[in-house]
Design a protein around this ligand. Structure first.
Ligand code: UD1
Length: 419
């Protein structure tokens, strides 16, 4: 087992390089199954979820090569297995993303029901209904989703909720379907757009990219390309939030600032000075009073649920009352109990977290309950008095590359302990 030991109080300074986006990399990795010739991917973060995805692709029979610069070549021309086993799927909910690509290219797919972060019920009904609308016969049996379709056909699909992986799964299914598919109420997250651009480069015909209405004209085959995934906007914003809570100035580089508009607005509202350049963001919170902000999480371009926990920590230590309303997931306030152990004063009423501000945080032993919750505990520990032990950090290794190394280089007092 491993944990992080963090002694609070250090100011951060310097520059941190953001890794490739996990949530863009995962669907793109699964999308490699669609190509008849090898795909070469770069800027793929070195994370547990990426390893799990590569293991899944290898289990299916893909040939994978990684060079010294971490470029990953994936050759799915000779897949021999169409089953995503529970042993892999249980650790990563995004494994469901293999369903659309396998089904559309090979006519069948068998995917264990997904696991992943324990935030609310997180169903996959919209994925299933969409594939059924495209002609798939689907059954759920023994903990597996079994899907069959000799060839999917185009369909007009209105997704009843905005779902990121749901949109991605159906998009990947549609690119090789017979005819035209409309995906309405599609997620517009930059990661969905990145996948759509990747698929287009492989030969897919997609219009409406970046909008809520994707139109996909199925093609007969797709071919491999070289593709670089976008930077991780949530990782970038997490470091910005670390600077905010510690009253520091840092520069976050290798980012795409346009992906962070709603988040940058909230940093500015919180009293942080922000300077945006082409691919970097400088934040300066020295000698500034951090103010609480009101937030409602929304699908992109609204404020991302994946930054909710980090802004909650900002509100906990900031001046004034703050209200954060979580509208995307149920049960996404599990970090609150852990923050309370550190002295945070937070009232929860349904999906609303209200803070009075000015909490003086003290070190404690806390458990990371999910990916973004673990990030928020690190932020809290950076300002807490004393040494905090953050346990169950396997969650954080699913989403943040080299986190203790990056924080250490910024001047944080942080170390990983195996025990
Ligand atoms: C993705 C991201 C995750 C982010 C989330 C919301 C990946 C790998 N993960 O998760 O980091 O927090 O988007 O931005 O990209 N829903 C249904 N039925 C479905 C599918 C979803 O009801 O079939 C609901 C969910 O329960 C949730 C909402 O739709 O309430 C949004 O979930 P969704 O966008 O699908 O989240 P993920 O794609 O799993």
């Amino acid at each position: 087992m491993e944990k992080l030991l963090i002694t609070g109080g250090a100011k951060l300074q310097g520059r941190v390089e953001v890794s490739g986006s996990k949530n863009a990399a995962l669907p793109i990795l699964m999308g490699c199954v669609l190509a008849k010739t090898p795909v070469v991917l770069s800027n793929i973060p070195h994370l547990k979820d990426v390893t799990t995805s590569l293991q899944l692709l290898a289990t299916l029979g893909a040939e994978i090569m990684i060079d010294e610069r971490m470029n990953i070549s994936i050759d799915a021309s000779n897949l021999r297995d169409l089953t995503a086993p529970y042993s892999l799927v249980k650790t990563m909910r995004a494994s469901i993303l293999i369903m659309g690509p396998l089904l559309t290219r090979f006519g069948e797919a068998h995917v264990a029901l997904p696991g992943g972060c324990a935030i609310g019920s997180r169903p996959v009904d919209i994925h299933i209904k969409g594939l059924e609308a495209m002609g798939a016969k689907i059954s759920i049996d023994d903990g597996f989703i079994h899907a069959y379709a000799p060839r999917l056909h185009g369909a007009d699909i209105l997704m009843e909720k905005v779902t990121v992986t749901g949109t991605e799964n159906l998009l990947m299914a549609a690119v090789l379907a017979d005819g035209v598919t409309h995906l309405r109420n599609a997620a517009c997250e930059p990661e969905v757009t990145d996948l759509a651009i990747f698929l287009t480069k492989m030969g897919a015909k997609i219009t409406g990219i970046g909008t809520e209405h994707l139109v996909i004209e199925g093609v007969e085959e797709l071919n491999g390309v070289d593709y670089r995934v976008i930077p991780d906007r949530i990782e970038a914003a997490t470091y910005l939030a670390a600077a905010a809570v510690t009253g520091s100035a840092i520069t976050v580089s290798n980012v795409e600032p346009s992906h962070l508009k709603s988040v940058i607005e909230k940093f500015i509202e919180a009293g942080c000075s922000i300077e945006v350049e082409d691919s970097s963001i400088h934040i300066d919170c020295r000698d500034r009073v951090l103010r609480s902000v009101d937030i409602v999480t929304q699908p992109y371009p609204g404020f991302p649920t994946d930054m909710q926990a980090q802004f909650l920590v900002m509100n906990v230590v900031a001046e004034g009352q703050g209200n954060i309303r979580e509208t995307i997931f149920e049960n996404r306030f599990m970090h609150v109990a852990e923050l309370e152990k550190m002295g945070a004063r937070i009232d929860i009423d349904g999906n609303l977290a209200t803070t009075e501000g000015h909490s003086l945080l003290k070190a404690s032993h806390v458990n990371a309950t999910d990916l973004r919750a673990s990030a928020c505990l690190i932020l809290a520990a950076l300002v807490a008095k004393g040494q905090t032990h953050v346990e169950q950090i396997y969650h954080i290794d699913r989403g943040y590359e080299l986190i203790e190394e990056k924080f250490h280089r910024l001047g944080a007092n942080i170390q990983r302990l195996s025990y």
